[in-house]
Design a binder for this molecule. Structure first.
Ligand code: TRP
Length: 460
Protein backbone atom coordinates (compact mmCIF):
# COMPACT_ATOMS: atom_id res chain seq x y z
CA UNK A 1 0.00 0.00 0.00
CA UNK A 2 1.11 3.51 -0.65
CA UNK A 3 -0.09 4.93 2.64
CA UNK A 4 0.31 3.58 6.14
CA UNK A 5 -2.94 1.85 6.93
CA UNK A 6 -2.17 1.21 10.58
CA UNK A 7 -1.88 -2.12 12.36
CA UNK A 8 -2.48 -3.84 15.70
CA UNK A 9 0.33 -3.43 18.18
CA UNK A 10 0.25 -7.11 19.19
CA UNK A 11 -1.74 -10.31 18.84
CA UNK A 12 -3.56 -9.55 22.06
CA UNK A 13 -4.65 -6.28 20.48
CA UNK A 14 -6.08 -8.10 17.49
CA UNK A 15 -7.73 -10.80 19.57
CA UNK A 16 -9.38 -8.28 21.87
CA UNK A 17 -10.56 -6.13 18.98
CA UNK A 18 -11.87 -9.13 17.03
CA UNK A 19 -13.52 -10.59 20.12
CA UNK A 20 -14.93 -7.12 20.72
CA UNK A 21 -16.41 -7.16 17.25
CA UNK A 22 -17.86 -10.63 17.72
CA UNK A 23 -19.16 -10.17 21.25
CA UNK A 24 -22.04 -7.75 21.12
CA UNK A 25 -25.78 -7.41 21.12
CA UNK A 26 -25.80 -10.65 19.16
CA UNK A 27 -24.61 -12.45 22.28
CA UNK A 28 -26.35 -10.50 25.00
CA UNK A 29 -29.62 -9.46 23.41
CA UNK A 30 -30.30 -11.67 20.42
CA UNK A 31 -28.95 -15.08 21.36
CA UNK A 32 -30.98 -15.41 24.57
CA UNK A 33 -34.26 -14.36 23.00
CA UNK A 34 -34.02 -16.41 19.82
CA UNK A 35 -32.93 -19.40 21.90
CA UNK A 36 -36.07 -18.84 23.91
CA UNK A 37 -38.25 -18.46 20.82
CA UNK A 38 -36.83 -21.61 19.28
CA UNK A 39 -37.36 -23.85 22.27
CA UNK A 40 -33.95 -23.96 23.98
CA UNK A 41 -31.76 -27.06 23.79
CA UNK A 42 -32.23 -28.12 20.20
CA UNK A 43 -31.56 -24.58 19.02
CA UNK A 44 -28.42 -24.33 21.15
CA UNK A 45 -27.22 -27.60 19.67
CA UNK A 46 -27.84 -26.42 16.09
CA UNK A 47 -26.09 -23.18 16.94
CA UNK A 48 -23.02 -24.98 18.28
CA UNK A 49 -22.89 -27.18 15.18
CA UNK A 50 -23.08 -24.08 12.97
CA UNK A 51 -20.31 -22.42 14.98
CA UNK A 52 -17.96 -25.39 14.75
CA UNK A 53 -18.69 -26.60 11.23
CA UNK A 54 -19.31 -23.30 9.48
CA UNK A 55 -18.28 -20.42 11.72
CA UNK A 56 -14.78 -21.43 12.74
CA UNK A 57 -13.57 -22.41 9.25
CA UNK A 58 -14.99 -19.20 7.74
CA UNK A 59 -13.45 -17.13 10.52
CA UNK A 60 -10.07 -18.54 9.50
CA UNK A 61 -10.85 -17.96 5.82
CA UNK A 62 -11.73 -14.31 6.40
CA UNK A 63 -8.71 -13.54 8.57
CA UNK A 64 -6.50 -15.30 6.03
CA UNK A 65 -7.76 -13.16 3.14
CA UNK A 66 -7.28 -9.98 5.17
CA UNK A 67 -3.86 -10.84 6.54
CA UNK A 68 -2.47 -11.92 3.18
CA UNK A 69 -3.64 -8.87 1.21
CA UNK A 70 -3.47 -6.21 3.94
CA UNK A 71 -6.48 -4.53 2.37
CA UNK A 72 -10.05 -4.00 3.47
CA UNK A 73 -12.90 -6.13 2.20
CA UNK A 74 -13.43 -4.94 -1.41
CA UNK A 75 -9.74 -4.59 -2.23
CA UNK A 76 -8.83 -7.79 -0.43
CA UNK A 77 -11.31 -9.93 -2.36
CA UNK A 78 -10.35 -8.29 -5.66
CA UNK A 79 -6.68 -8.86 -5.05
CA UNK A 80 -6.79 -12.33 -3.55
CA UNK A 81 -9.64 -13.87 -5.52
CA UNK A 82 -10.20 -11.81 -8.66
CA UNK A 83 -11.60 -8.48 -9.86
CA UNK A 84 -15.18 -9.76 -10.13
CA UNK A 85 -15.19 -10.63 -6.42
CA UNK A 86 -15.10 -6.96 -5.51
CA UNK A 87 -18.89 -7.18 -5.62
CA UNK A 88 -18.97 -9.60 -2.76
CA UNK A 89 -16.96 -7.05 -0.80
CA UNK A 90 -19.45 -4.41 -1.91
CA UNK A 91 -22.27 -6.50 -0.50
CA UNK A 92 -20.28 -6.65 2.73
CA UNK A 93 -19.94 -2.89 2.92
CA UNK A 94 -23.67 -2.51 2.28
CA UNK A 95 -24.47 -5.10 4.94
CA UNK A 96 -22.29 -3.30 7.46
CA UNK A 97 -24.17 -0.12 6.74
CA UNK A 98 -27.56 -1.82 7.15
CA UNK A 99 -26.63 -3.63 10.38
CA UNK A 100 -25.24 -0.44 11.89
CA UNK A 101 -28.49 1.31 11.03
CA UNK A 102 -30.56 -0.83 13.37
CA UNK A 103 -27.85 -1.95 15.78
CA UNK A 104 -27.23 1.55 17.09
CA UNK A 105 -30.90 1.82 18.03
CA UNK A 106 -30.73 -1.15 20.43
CA UNK A 107 -27.35 0.03 21.65
CA UNK A 108 -29.04 3.33 22.43
CA UNK A 109 -31.59 1.48 24.57
CA UNK A 110 -28.80 -0.09 26.58
CA UNK A 111 -27.32 3.35 27.14
CA UNK A 112 -30.64 4.65 28.40
CA UNK A 113 -31.09 1.63 30.72
CA UNK A 114 -27.63 2.12 32.12
CA UNK A 115 -28.55 5.62 33.23
CA UNK A 116 -31.98 4.49 34.46
CA UNK A 117 -30.42 1.74 36.55
CA UNK A 118 -27.89 4.12 38.03
CA UNK A 119 -30.80 6.25 39.15
CA UNK A 120 -32.86 3.30 40.40
CA UNK A 121 -29.94 1.90 42.32
CA UNK A 122 -29.52 5.16 44.16
CA UNK A 123 -33.09 6.35 44.53
CA UNK A 124 -34.97 3.05 44.62
CA UNK A 125 -36.58 1.07 41.84
CA UNK A 126 -39.79 2.28 40.29
CA UNK A 127 -41.35 -0.89 38.87
CA UNK A 128 -44.72 0.47 37.90
CA UNK A 129 -43.09 3.13 35.77
CA UNK A 130 -40.93 0.56 34.02
CA UNK A 131 -43.77 -1.64 32.82
CA UNK A 132 -45.66 1.13 31.13
CA UNK A 133 -42.43 2.84 30.19
CA UNK A 134 -41.03 0.47 27.64
CA UNK A 135 -43.80 0.98 25.11
CA UNK A 136 -43.73 4.71 25.67
CA UNK A 137 -39.96 4.80 25.56
CA UNK A 138 -39.54 2.96 22.25
CA UNK A 139 -42.23 5.00 20.53
CA UNK A 140 -40.76 8.29 21.71
CA UNK A 141 -39.21 9.25 18.40
CA UNK A 142 -37.00 12.12 19.47
CA UNK A 143 -35.52 10.20 22.36
CA UNK A 144 -34.88 7.16 20.16
CA UNK A 145 -33.15 9.27 17.56
CA UNK A 146 -31.03 11.06 20.13
CA UNK A 147 -29.87 7.87 21.80
CA UNK A 148 -28.94 6.24 18.50
CA UNK A 149 -27.11 9.41 17.47
CA UNK A 150 -25.22 9.50 20.75
CA UNK A 151 -24.12 5.92 20.30
CA UNK A 152 -23.04 6.58 16.73
CA UNK A 153 -21.05 9.56 17.94
CA UNK A 154 -19.17 7.39 20.46
CA UNK A 155 -18.40 4.95 17.65
CA UNK A 156 -17.16 7.68 15.32
CA UNK A 157 -14.86 9.12 17.99
CA UNK A 158 -13.08 5.77 18.38
CA UNK A 159 -12.85 4.92 14.67
CA UNK A 160 -11.48 8.39 13.94
CA UNK A 161 -8.43 7.58 16.04
CA UNK A 162 -7.45 4.68 13.85
CA UNK A 163 -6.39 1.11 14.49
CA UNK A 164 -3.94 0.91 17.37
CA UNK A 165 -4.72 4.32 18.86
CA UNK A 166 -8.50 4.01 18.66
CA UNK A 167 -9.99 0.58 18.05
CA UNK A 168 -7.33 -1.43 19.85
CA UNK A 169 -7.12 0.96 22.75
CA UNK A 170 -10.89 0.91 23.25
CA UNK A 171 -10.93 -2.90 23.13
CA UNK A 172 -8.11 -3.15 25.67
CA UNK A 173 -10.15 -1.19 28.18
CA UNK A 174 -13.67 -2.37 27.39
CA UNK A 175 -13.19 -6.10 26.89
CA UNK A 176 -11.43 -7.02 30.17
CA UNK A 177 -14.05 -4.96 32.06
CA UNK A 178 -16.77 -6.83 30.22
CA UNK A 179 -15.31 -10.23 31.13
CA UNK A 180 -15.11 -9.32 34.81
CA UNK A 181 -18.69 -8.04 34.96
CA UNK A 182 -19.98 -11.13 33.17
CA UNK A 183 -18.25 -13.51 35.55
CA UNK A 184 -19.77 -11.64 38.52
CA UNK A 185 -23.19 -11.91 36.91
CA UNK A 186 -22.75 -15.58 36.19
CA UNK A 187 -21.81 -16.33 39.80
CA UNK A 188 -24.82 -14.43 41.03
CA UNK A 189 -27.18 -16.11 38.55
CA UNK A 190 -25.92 -19.63 39.24
CA UNK A 191 -26.68 -19.16 42.92
CA UNK A 192 -30.34 -18.56 42.12
CA UNK A 193 -33.10 -21.14 42.39
CA UNK A 194 -33.83 -21.22 38.66
CA UNK A 195 -30.26 -22.06 37.68
CA UNK A 196 -30.90 -25.81 37.39
CA UNK A 197 -33.93 -25.33 35.21
CA UNK A 198 -32.08 -22.81 33.05
CA UNK A 199 -29.24 -25.23 32.44
CA UNK A 200 -31.71 -28.01 31.64
CA UNK A 201 -33.58 -25.78 29.20
CA UNK A 202 -30.35 -24.82 27.43
CA UNK A 203 -28.69 -28.21 27.31
CA UNK A 204 -31.38 -30.87 26.88
CA UNK A 205 -32.43 -30.82 23.23
CA UNK A 206 -36.04 -31.61 22.43
CA UNK A 207 -35.85 -32.82 18.85
CA UNK A 208 -39.55 -32.39 18.22
CA UNK A 209 -38.79 -28.66 18.16
CA UNK A 210 -36.48 -28.98 15.16
CA UNK A 211 -37.43 -27.27 11.90
CA UNK A 212 -35.65 -25.73 8.93
CA UNK A 213 -36.75 -22.22 9.85
CA UNK A 214 -34.86 -22.42 13.10
CA UNK A 215 -31.87 -24.00 11.37
CA UNK A 216 -31.63 -20.89 9.20
CA UNK A 217 -32.01 -18.78 12.29
CA UNK A 218 -29.20 -20.68 14.06
CA UNK A 219 -26.96 -20.33 11.03
CA UNK A 220 -27.74 -16.63 10.62
CA UNK A 221 -27.09 -16.14 14.31
CA UNK A 222 -23.73 -17.90 14.07
CA UNK A 223 -22.69 -15.55 11.26
CA UNK A 224 -24.01 -12.52 13.05
CA UNK A 225 -22.48 -13.37 16.39
CA UNK A 226 -19.06 -14.12 14.94
CA UNK A 227 -19.17 -11.00 12.71
CA UNK A 228 -18.80 -13.20 9.62
CA UNK A 229 -20.15 -13.00 6.11
CA UNK A 230 -19.47 -9.34 5.40
CA UNK A 231 -15.74 -9.02 5.69
CA UNK A 232 -15.43 -7.57 9.19
CA UNK A 233 -12.81 -10.22 9.93
CA UNK A 234 -11.17 -9.62 6.54
CA UNK A 235 -10.85 -5.98 7.51
CA UNK A 236 -9.57 -6.66 11.03
CA UNK A 237 -7.27 -9.37 9.66
CA UNK A 238 -5.81 -6.85 7.24
CA UNK A 239 -4.19 -5.03 10.14
CA UNK A 240 -2.70 -8.26 11.51
CA UNK A 241 0.99 -8.99 11.21
CA UNK A 242 2.10 -12.05 9.23
CA UNK A 243 3.80 -13.28 12.38
CA UNK A 244 0.48 -14.19 13.97
CA UNK A 245 -1.14 -17.59 13.45
CA UNK A 246 -4.53 -17.37 11.77
CA UNK A 247 -6.05 -20.60 13.21
CA UNK A 248 -4.92 -19.72 16.72
CA UNK A 249 -6.34 -16.20 16.65
CA UNK A 250 -9.58 -17.43 15.07
CA UNK A 251 -9.90 -20.22 17.62
CA UNK A 252 -9.61 -17.86 20.58
CA UNK A 253 -12.13 -15.41 19.16
CA UNK A 254 -14.70 -18.12 18.38
CA UNK A 255 -14.30 -19.69 21.81
CA UNK A 256 -14.72 -16.40 23.65
CA UNK A 257 -17.74 -15.43 21.59
CA UNK A 258 -19.48 -18.76 22.18
CA UNK A 259 -18.74 -18.81 25.91
CA UNK A 260 -20.18 -15.36 26.28
CA UNK A 261 -23.35 -16.08 24.30
CA UNK A 262 -24.01 -19.19 26.38
CA UNK A 263 -23.26 -17.39 29.65
CA UNK A 264 -25.58 -14.53 28.75
CA UNK A 265 -28.43 -16.93 28.05
CA UNK A 266 -27.79 -18.93 31.22
CA UNK A 267 -27.78 -15.73 33.27
CA UNK A 268 -30.99 -14.48 31.76
CA UNK A 269 -32.86 -17.79 32.01
CA UNK A 270 -31.66 -18.48 35.54
CA UNK A 271 -33.16 -15.19 36.61
CA UNK A 272 -36.39 -15.76 34.69
CA UNK A 273 -36.89 -19.32 35.94
CA UNK A 274 -36.32 -18.21 39.52
CA UNK A 275 -39.51 -16.20 39.50
CA UNK A 276 -42.77 -18.17 39.58
CA UNK A 277 -45.03 -17.34 36.66
CA UNK A 278 -42.35 -15.38 34.83
CA UNK A 279 -41.80 -18.06 32.22
CA UNK A 280 -45.45 -17.90 31.22
CA UNK A 281 -45.48 -14.12 31.27
CA UNK A 282 -42.78 -13.88 28.60
CA UNK A 283 -44.76 -14.59 25.51
CA UNK A 284 -45.40 -11.79 23.01
CA UNK A 285 -42.28 -9.79 22.34
CA UNK A 286 -39.35 -11.81 23.52
CA UNK A 287 -37.10 -9.35 21.71
CA UNK A 288 -37.74 -7.03 24.63
CA UNK A 289 -36.60 -9.59 27.19
CA UNK A 290 -33.39 -7.79 27.93
CA UNK A 291 -35.20 -4.54 28.53
CA UNK A 292 -38.67 -5.37 29.80
CA UNK A 293 -38.19 -8.49 31.86
CA UNK A 294 -34.76 -8.12 33.32
CA UNK A 295 -34.68 -4.74 35.04
CA UNK A 296 -37.41 -5.43 37.58
CA UNK A 297 -35.95 -8.87 38.25
CA UNK A 298 -32.61 -7.30 39.03
CA UNK A 299 -34.13 -5.14 41.70
CA UNK A 300 -36.48 -7.75 43.14
CA UNK A 301 -34.80 -11.10 42.74
CA UNK A 302 -31.13 -11.08 41.89
CA UNK A 303 -28.62 -11.23 44.75
CA UNK A 304 -26.67 -7.94 44.71
CA UNK A 305 -29.01 -6.78 41.95
CA UNK A 306 -28.67 -3.14 42.97
CA UNK A 307 -25.01 -3.30 42.11
CA UNK A 308 -25.31 -5.65 39.19
CA UNK A 309 -28.11 -3.88 37.30
CA UNK A 310 -26.18 -0.77 36.24
CA UNK A 311 -23.05 -2.86 35.72
CA UNK A 312 -24.99 -5.19 33.46
CA UNK A 313 -26.27 -2.46 31.16
CA UNK A 314 -22.81 -0.96 31.13
CA UNK A 315 -21.59 -4.33 29.93
CA UNK A 316 -24.20 -4.33 27.18
CA UNK A 317 -23.06 -0.85 26.11
CA UNK A 318 -19.40 -1.89 26.06
CA UNK A 319 -20.15 -5.01 24.06
CA UNK A 320 -22.27 -3.06 21.60
CA UNK A 321 -19.66 -0.32 21.22
CA UNK A 322 -16.80 -2.63 20.27
CA UNK A 323 -19.16 -4.15 17.68
CA UNK A 324 -20.39 -0.89 16.16
CA UNK A 325 -16.74 0.13 15.92
CA UNK A 326 -15.98 -2.91 13.78
CA UNK A 327 -19.02 -2.37 11.60
CA UNK A 328 -18.12 1.25 10.97
CA UNK A 329 -14.50 0.29 10.31
CA UNK A 330 -15.62 -2.04 7.49
CA UNK A 331 -17.62 0.71 5.84
CA UNK A 332 -15.08 3.48 6.42
CA UNK A 333 -12.01 1.43 5.45
CA UNK A 334 -13.56 0.80 2.03
CA UNK A 335 -13.45 4.54 1.37
CA UNK A 336 -9.99 4.85 2.92
CA UNK A 337 -8.39 2.00 0.95
CA UNK A 338 -10.29 2.09 -2.32
CA UNK A 339 -11.26 5.72 -2.66
CA UNK A 340 -8.21 7.17 -0.95
CA UNK A 341 -10.27 9.25 1.44
CA UNK A 342 -8.63 10.38 4.65
CA UNK A 343 -9.72 8.47 7.76
CA UNK A 344 -11.36 11.60 9.11
CA UNK A 345 -13.41 12.22 6.00
CA UNK A 346 -14.40 8.56 5.60
CA UNK A 347 -15.38 8.10 9.24
CA UNK A 348 -17.44 11.24 9.52
CA UNK A 349 -19.19 10.77 6.18
CA UNK A 350 -20.04 7.12 6.83
CA UNK A 351 -21.06 7.87 10.40
CA UNK A 352 -23.46 10.48 9.13
CA UNK A 353 -24.83 8.18 6.44
CA UNK A 354 -25.51 5.49 9.01
CA UNK A 355 -27.17 8.01 11.25
CA UNK A 356 -29.73 8.76 8.53
CA UNK A 357 -30.66 5.06 8.33
CA UNK A 358 -30.75 4.63 12.09
CA UNK A 359 -33.02 7.64 12.29
CA UNK A 360 -35.57 5.71 10.24
CA UNK A 361 -35.10 2.58 12.37
CA UNK A 362 -35.40 4.60 15.53
CA UNK A 363 -38.80 5.79 14.35
CA UNK A 364 -40.00 2.30 13.51
CA UNK A 365 -41.13 1.34 17.01
CA UNK A 366 -44.38 3.20 16.84
CA UNK A 367 -43.11 6.76 16.56
CA UNK A 368 -43.97 6.91 12.87
CA UNK A 369 -46.66 4.56 11.73
CA UNK A 370 -45.69 3.90 8.08
CA UNK A 371 -42.30 2.65 9.27
CA UNK A 372 -43.60 0.76 12.25
CA UNK A 373 -46.45 -1.43 11.21
CA UNK A 374 -45.85 -3.05 7.82
CA UNK A 375 -45.27 -6.78 7.53
CA UNK A 376 -43.55 -8.28 4.49
CA UNK A 377 -42.07 -11.24 6.22
CA UNK A 378 -44.27 -13.30 8.47
CA UNK A 379 -43.69 -12.51 12.11
CA UNK A 380 -41.74 -9.32 11.38
CA UNK A 381 -43.09 -5.89 12.08
CA UNK A 382 -41.80 -2.57 10.80
CA UNK A 383 -38.51 -1.42 9.32
CA UNK A 384 -36.28 -2.42 12.22
CA UNK A 385 -37.16 -6.09 12.33
CA UNK A 386 -37.15 -6.43 8.55
CA UNK A 387 -33.65 -4.99 8.27
CA UNK A 388 -32.42 -7.35 10.98
CA UNK A 389 -34.03 -10.31 9.27
CA UNK A 390 -32.69 -9.36 5.85
CA UNK A 391 -29.15 -8.56 6.92
CA UNK A 392 -28.58 -11.30 9.47
CA UNK A 393 -30.38 -14.20 7.83
CA UNK A 394 -29.85 -13.47 4.14
CA UNK A 395 -26.99 -11.04 3.45
CA UNK A 396 -24.60 -12.60 5.93
CA UNK A 397 -25.31 -16.19 4.93
CA UNK A 398 -25.07 -15.32 1.25
CA UNK A 399 -21.84 -13.36 1.81
CA UNK A 400 -20.49 -16.23 3.88
CA UNK A 401 -21.36 -18.74 1.18
CA UNK A 402 -19.55 -16.70 -1.48
CA UNK A 403 -16.52 -16.28 0.77
CA UNK A 404 -16.27 -20.05 1.36
CA UNK A 405 -16.46 -20.66 -2.37
CA UNK A 406 -13.81 -18.03 -3.05
CA UNK A 407 -11.39 -19.28 -0.42
CA UNK A 408 -12.09 -22.99 -0.82
CA UNK A 409 -12.34 -23.26 -4.58
CA UNK A 410 -10.74 -20.23 -6.22
CA UNK A 411 -7.67 -19.72 -4.06
CA UNK A 412 -5.02 -22.37 -4.58
CA UNK A 413 -4.45 -25.01 -1.95
CA UNK A 414 -0.76 -24.25 -1.65
CA UNK A 415 -1.59 -20.62 -0.96
CA UNK A 416 -4.19 -21.26 1.74
CA UNK A 417 -2.07 -23.98 3.32
CA UNK A 418 0.96 -21.70 3.57
CA UNK A 419 -1.12 -18.85 4.96
CA UNK A 420 -2.74 -21.03 7.61
CA UNK A 421 0.39 -22.81 8.73
CA UNK A 422 2.87 -19.93 8.80
CA UNK A 423 3.67 -19.39 11.60
CA UNK A 424 3.00 -23.00 12.67
CA UNK A 425 -0.63 -23.61 13.59
CA UNK A 426 -1.62 -24.99 17.00
CA UNK A 427 -1.84 -28.78 17.43
CA UNK A 428 -5.64 -29.01 17.10
CA UNK A 429 -5.59 -27.48 13.63
CA UNK A 430 -5.59 -29.82 10.63
CA UNK A 431 -5.32 -28.34 7.16
CA UNK A 432 -7.06 -31.25 5.36
CA UNK A 433 -9.95 -31.03 7.81
CA UNK A 434 -10.21 -27.28 7.31
CA UNK A 435 -10.14 -27.76 3.55
CA UNK A 436 -12.95 -30.32 3.75
CA UNK A 437 -15.07 -28.00 5.88
CA UNK A 438 -14.47 -24.93 3.72
CA UNK A 439 -14.92 -26.74 0.38
CA UNK A 440 -17.80 -29.06 1.16
CA UNK A 441 -19.39 -28.98 4.54
CA UNK A 442 -19.75 -25.25 5.11
CA UNK A 443 -20.99 -24.27 1.63
CA UNK A 444 -23.33 -27.26 1.41
CA UNK A 445 -24.79 -26.62 4.84
CA UNK A 446 -25.31 -22.94 4.12
CA UNK A 447 -26.75 -23.62 0.65
CA UNK A 448 -29.01 -26.41 1.92
CA UNK A 449 -30.49 -24.22 4.60
CA UNK A 450 -30.97 -21.30 2.21
CA UNK A 451 -32.67 -23.57 -0.36
CA UNK A 452 -34.85 -25.23 2.28
CA UNK A 453 -36.08 -21.87 3.41
CA UNK A 454 -36.67 -20.60 -0.14
CA UNK A 455 -38.73 -23.72 -0.78
CA UNK A 456 -40.72 -22.84 2.27
CA UNK A 457 -39.60 -25.70 4.50
CA UNK A 458 -41.90 -25.80 7.49
CA UNK A 459 -41.77 -22.32 8.92
CA UNK A 460 -43.64 -22.35 12.16
N1 TRP B 1 -21.01 -9.76 16.10
C1 TRP B 1 -21.67 -8.63 16.66
C2 TRP B 1 -22.69 -9.10 17.68
O1 TRP B 1 -22.76 -10.25 18.00
C3 TRP B 1 -22.30 -7.76 15.63
C4 TRP B 1 -21.37 -7.44 14.54
C5 TRP B 1 -20.29 -6.66 14.62
C6 TRP B 1 -21.38 -7.94 13.25
N2 TRP B 1 -19.63 -6.65 13.42
C7 TRP B 1 -20.28 -7.43 12.59
C8 TRP B 1 -22.23 -8.81 12.62
C9 TRP B 1 -20.03 -7.78 11.28
C10 TRP B 1 -21.98 -9.16 11.32
C11 TRP B 1 -20.88 -8.68 10.66
O2 TRP B 1 -23.41 -8.33 18.21
Amino acid sequence: MLHDRGHWSSRLGFVLAAAGSAIGLGNLWKFPYITWDNGGGVFVLMYLVCIAAVGLPIMMAEILVGRSTQRSVVGALKEAVGPAWGWVGGLGVLTGFVILGYYTVIAGWALRYFFDCLRWSVQGFDGAALNTNFGVFVSDGSQQVMLAALFMLLTVVVVLRGISGGIERAARILMPTLFVILVLMLISALSMEGAQEALAFMFTPDFSQFHAGSALEALGQAFFSLSLGMGAMITYGSYLSKEESVPKSAGIVVLLDTLIAISAAVIMFAVIFSVPGMKEAITGSTAGMLFITLPSLFYNEVPFGVLLAPLFYLLVCFAALTSTISLLEVVASYFIDERRWSRTRATITCGFGVFVLSLLCALSFGAWDPLSSFTWVEGKNGLFSHLDYLAANWFLTLGGLLITIAVGWVLSRSFTETELTTPPAPGWFSYPAWLFFIRFLAPLAVAAIIVAVILGADFS
